[in-house]
Write a new protein. Structure first.
Length: 574
């Protein structure tokens, strides 16, 4: 039985409270460089284990006269053995004080930015799990949490990110005589915050295969007023990344309701696979007791036996209603460039354009005429679209581009529209600069929804036939490829549920970049040029040789959709 690393951190918090300035009001506690070394293994015998915490002032440098930070070290001792150091770090008391106007603006801006990141992360976490499933899954790899530590109430995950909520446990109810001393935050609460990171350090629909424990926290902030009311919920998100095969890092932010500032901020929480931690007696014994399973039984519907209605219900998520204000802002941003096009070129100029550019100009002119009459959707009259002014246009475009990759790409093209219409500049060249097109296909409004739907279908298909031979048409930036490969495995130690994946596009110009992005799946990938408007067998592809052919948002861009579909069908097995 391990004493949680969160508990050792809270030892430092409670110790600092005892030596803090009693004439000042505590706002919170800032910690950094927390190293959790040897775990405190609680023995089963009556002698138990003794712990000790030491604190001493820590100067910022040799010339500093005073010390604000406190250095803490936590030791433990079992009877008959030597003292062992278990945890160390730095801690600072953050007191309430009058802020300058600039400091207030900075705090507000940071709070809004974190809230914005929270909302953006929610949109990228489509996979929901029940608390029961979460803790059952963790138990299979040896991470067994008691009832007081099972506090996650909801959790949704994406690729190396998660969002959810947790409940404050009623720890007093399980204490002897229902008595406990007052505290700032309970170890069960902080440990649950750490648990949220365990879903953020894996890919979409993946789970930990080995137990991982915290070993280092780079920075942490705990509000002195974080709620301790049983049943009250904290909400937030976690972002993770792999540092090596055995080590991962996560960042976690949690709020109490609609509070502006997060109550718990954890940056650089390092977790390491238990088998790779230091081999001392206690950790070796613990490792040997970890439950290791050689297989896991999973049941899923047979996708081939389902009716179209059942398949649609299985794959379709409830559509999110767009915010009319956001749509209106997007419409206005687009109109700014439409007006510039119409004011720059005449109908006579447009007659000399290439056909597709001339058609685009005529469309822009039509939209401009509708705006003059006030007939554009979401043109509600609160802003005079015909008299915006240069300063307003610049500010609006910059604001929208910072929030939305759709406008970021629109602005990139809009600032070059003269060269593009005159045929002096290729739009693709502009869009590929600084990988903006890759960012667009990954994060654009509603585009990721289709990729996730395809990935979900592939999950069910591979569950039945884990030796699939797959070809993707017009894979381009790999925006559809990544979520599909994430669910199919074949990386980070997970077995592949497919035999090969052929990445194709009409241009080989995408292949080098795709090779970098998809390097984890290199053994399974091949890259080939394919013009699906032409017979694929004439381009080196074998007819009727693929189990699945994927074409996400690409087949419409051809001269004959009937011929294109016929060519794609030639690649499928009968």
């Amino acid at each position: 039985m391990l004493y949680p690393g969160a508990g050792m951190i809270i030892m430092a918090v409670e110790a600092l409270k005892q030596i803090a300035d009693q004439d000042k009001v505590l706002k919170g506690f800032e910690l950094r460089d927390i190293k959790i070394g040897k775990p405190i293994v609680v023995p089963q015998h009556d002698d138990g284990i003794e712990t000790s915490i030491q604190m001493r002032p820590w100067k910022l440098g040799s010339r500093a006269d005073t010390a604000v930070w406190q250095e803490f070290s936590i030791f433990s001792k079992v009877q008959g053995q030597d003292w062992l150091q278990n945890c160390s770090g730095l801690i600072l008391a953050d007191y309430e004080r009058n802020l300058t106007p600039n400091e207030i603006l900075e705090e507000d801006a940071k709070a809004k930015e974190l809230r914005s990141h929270y909302a953006a992360t929610k949109a990228l976490c489509p996979v929901s799990e029940t608390p029961r499933h979460i803790y059952e899954t963790l138990e299979t790899i040896g991470l067994q949490y008691g009832p007081t530590f099972q506090n996650i109430t909801s959790l949704s995950s994406g690729d190396h990110k998660s969002t959810g909520s947790m409940s404050i446990p009623d720890t007093k109810a399980v204490m002897p005589q229902k008595f406990e001393y007052p505290y700032t935050i309970h170890p069960a609460t902080l440990d649950t915050a750490f648990q949220m990171a365990l879903r953020a350090i894996t890919g979409m629909k993946e789970h930990l295969q080995v137990p991982k424990l915290p070993t280092l926290v780079e920075k942490m902030y705990i509000s002195a007023n974080v709620t301790t009311e049983p049943g009250r919920e904290l909400h937030g998100y976690a972002l993770g990344e792999d540092l090596s095969v055995r080590e991962s890092s996560a960042t976690i932010f949690l709020w109490d309701g609609a509070a502006a500032q997060p109550d718990i901020c954890i940056e650089g929480l390092h977790v390491v696979a238990l088998s790779s931690m230091t081999d001392d007696d206690s950790s070796s014994d613990l490792t040997s007791r970890i439950r290791k399973l050689c297989f896991e039984m999973r049941w899923k519907p047979d996708i081939d036996l389902m009716t179209p209605e059942e398949t649609n219900k299985l794959l379709t998520r409830d559509p999110r209603e767009p915010d009319p204000k956001i749509i209106g802002d997007l419409e206005l941003a687009a109109f700014i460039y439409i007006r510039r096009i119409v004011q720059t070129f005449t109908q006579e100029d447009a007659s000399k354009f290439a056909t597709h550019h001339r058609l685009m100009y005529e469309w822009a002119k039509h939209k401009y005429d509708l705006a003059v009459e006030g007939r554009i959707p979401h043109q509600d009259g609160t802003i005079d679209w015909m008299n915006l002014g240069p300063k307003f246009e610049i500010q609006h475009l910059q604001r929208m581009a910072s929030k939305c990759v759709d406008i970021k790409l629109l602005s990139r093209l809009g600032e070059n529209f003269e060269e593009i219409y005159k045929g002096k500049l290729e739009p693709l060249q502009v869009m590929l600069e600084n990988d903006l097109l890759y960012e667009f296909y990954r994060d654009a409004t509603d585009l990721s929804e289709m990729s996730n739907t395809i990935a979900t279908y592939m999950d069910y298909a591979a569950h039945k036939r884990p030796d699939l031979k797959i070809l993707e048409i017009g894979a381009g930036t790999g925006s559809s490829t990544i979520p599909i490969l994430e669910v199919l495995g074949g990386h980070r130690g997970y077995p592949a549920r497919f035999s090969s994946y052929t990445f194709t596009d009409i241009s080989a110009g995408f292949f080098d970049k795709a090779g970098e992005i998809l390097k984890d799946w290199e053994p399974y990938l091949t890259y080939h040029k394919l013009d699906i408007e032409q017979d694929p067998t004439d381009q080196g592809f074998e007819a009727e040789s693929y189990d699945i052919v994927i074409a996400n948002n690409v087949l419409h861009a051809t001269h004959s959709i009937q011929q294109t579909l016929a060519n794609a069908k030639r690649l499928l097995k009968p």
